[in-house]
Ligand binder design. Structure first.
Ligand SMILES: Cc1ncc(COP(=O)(O)O)c(C=O)c1O
Length: 454
């Protein structure tokens, strides 16, 4: 195996294993030799957790007043909740401990299907029945099982959720055709088109018959979502090119619904899936969504995978769903019963709608506060803040300051935990910082960055 092709962390691990016991190294498969645990978000978050700073803006969960921001009624499974009298869910033994079918709990699938249609009223054509997966990550895994071959081209922005690399590149050997996410503080539609044209050329040169596009709005790490008019522009660009090759569009809707800039009078955002599910017989749209971020249920590990294509018949969708189920069966056997049962309780509760509005309003309050803080011109010296209007995060592009060094200094000497994405980007999770602490958080980051710049 060519060491140059491997990630440096994988090479480091292989060297240790080989030095300790050469036989064990030789036992590893090529994939085993390629695998590693990235020094990305999880590793940094772990170090932040150990240090436990006062201001922890790292992990993609929502926290309020030192407690997880879940639905109040769902805070405790067995009785009283700190905040108010909580209902305890009454879940039968069978709905906790028995196996669930690979196709998932029927009542939950019905509720989720209804939710997809309510959130996306323009979705009027036939789509597949959602299949549950073990978190959106597993949905990405199943998608890549079924649709990615080595050297397949994936069009995606430069700023992405890091785990895509492990799933698409390291597991399956896909290649990216990337584009800068922003142009003039908007989604970079021209860059997107250029990247798509390049991917199609590469695919045709390699005798591939498809390209893949990944759309993640709200985006992790920037917290940006384009307006519906921009989704239509993206749709038109893709449609124009669909006669050149087949196109698979994956919509990672992890943070769907957490939009903070929508006015009552404005057109509401829908999933990009809506724009592609009935566009062209060469364009397959895949929607990956789930309870994790949207329903404040990170550990339940319940996601869903839904398909849409022009003229998609039940026969086609059922055949594809059998393949999805085969991938699920051969990777995790079946999903978590308790996760699905709890999610069903959460979504069916009488206070669900009311509390969801409250929780989104709380996150929105923080996002608007951060936007206000960042208006201060003094920050121009040390960073540019990318636009953000949704989700859990925002990202700072540093000016002449090394992001990993800033990260270290903030954590070791300033009681602040953030995430560095690369050498110049810092991600701040406002989802986990109380509104009252936001001024202090940015002031500290600014002060330390300014000192380092000198
Ligand atoms: C963009 C994006 N997609 C998917 C996921 C993973 O979701 P899950 O925890 O449901 O696997 C995350 C989690 O951080 C994410 O940010």
């Amino acid at each position: 195996m060519n060491k140059k092709e491997l990630n440096p962390i994988a090479n480091e691990l292989n060297e240790i294993i080989e030095n300790e016991n050469k036989a064990v190294y030789e036992m590893l498969s090529n994939f085993g030799k390629r695998m590693f645990f990235p020094k990305g978000i999880l590793k940094q978050s772990k170090e932040v957790s150990i240090k436990n700073p006062k201001l922890k803006a790292t992990l993609g969960m929502a926290v309020n007043d030192g407690d997880l921001l879940t639905y109040d009624y769902a805070s405790e499974l067995s009785g009283s909740c700190k905040k108010k009298e909580a209902d305890s869910f009454k879940i039968s033994r069978g709905d906790i401990y028995s196996y669930e079918q690979v196709s998932g709990r029927k009542e939950l699938i019905d509720v989720w299907t209804k939710k997809i249609h309510q959130d996306n009223p323009e979705l009027t054509t036939n789509i597949s029945t959602p299949i549950p997966v073990t978190g959106i990550t597993h949905g990405l895994f199943v998608f890549s099982d079924l649709f990615i071959e080595e050297e397949d081209q994936i069009v995606m922005p430069e700023l992405i959720w890091g785990n895509y690399n492990l799933i698409f590149k390291e597991r399956r050997g896909a290649e990216y055709s990337s584009y800068p996410f922003f142009d003039n503080n908007q989604f970079n539609i021209n860059g997107f088109e250029t990247a798509l044209v390049r991917a199609i050329e590469n695919a045709n040169n390699n005798r591939k018959n498809k390209v893949i596009i990944l759309l993640n709005f709200p985006n992790n790490p920037t917290g940006y979502s384009p307006k519906p008019s921009m989704i239509r522009e993206i749709r038109d660009v893709i449609y124009k090119l669909a006669n050149k090759t087949n196109i698979v569009i994956v919509c990672d809707d992890a943070y769907f619904g957490l939009f903070f800039d929508e006015k009552q009078t404005e057109e509401k955002r829908q999933s990009p899936f809506t724009a592609f599910a009935n566009l062209h017989r060469n364009i397959l749209a895949i929607k990956l969504d789930g309870a994790t971020k949207e329903e404040l249920s990170w550990g339940l590990r319940v996601g869903f995978m839904t398909l849409g294509i022009k003229d998609g018949s039940d026969l086609l969708y059922n055949a594809l769903n059998e393949k999805i189920k085969g991938s699920v069966r051969s990777s995790i056997s079946s999903g978590s019963k308790i996760g699905q049962s709890l999610l069903l309780e959460i979504l069916s509760h009488k206070d669900h709608k009311k509390e969801k509005i409250e929780k989104i309003a709380l996150l929105k309050g923080r996002a608007l506060k951060v936007q206000k803080i960042l208006e201060n011109k003094k920050y121009d010296e040390v960073w540019t803040a990318y636009p953000f209007n949704s989700g859990y995060f925002m990202t700072l592009k540093l000016k002449g300051i090394n992001a990993p060094e800033l990260w270290k200094e903030l954590l070791e000497n300033n009681d602040v935990g953030v995430i560095f994405l690369d050498k110049e980007h810092i991600r701040v999770a406002f989802s986990s910082i109380d509104k009252r602490n936001l001024d202090e958080l940015f002031e500290i980051i600014y002060r330390v960055a300014k000192k380092m710049k000198k």
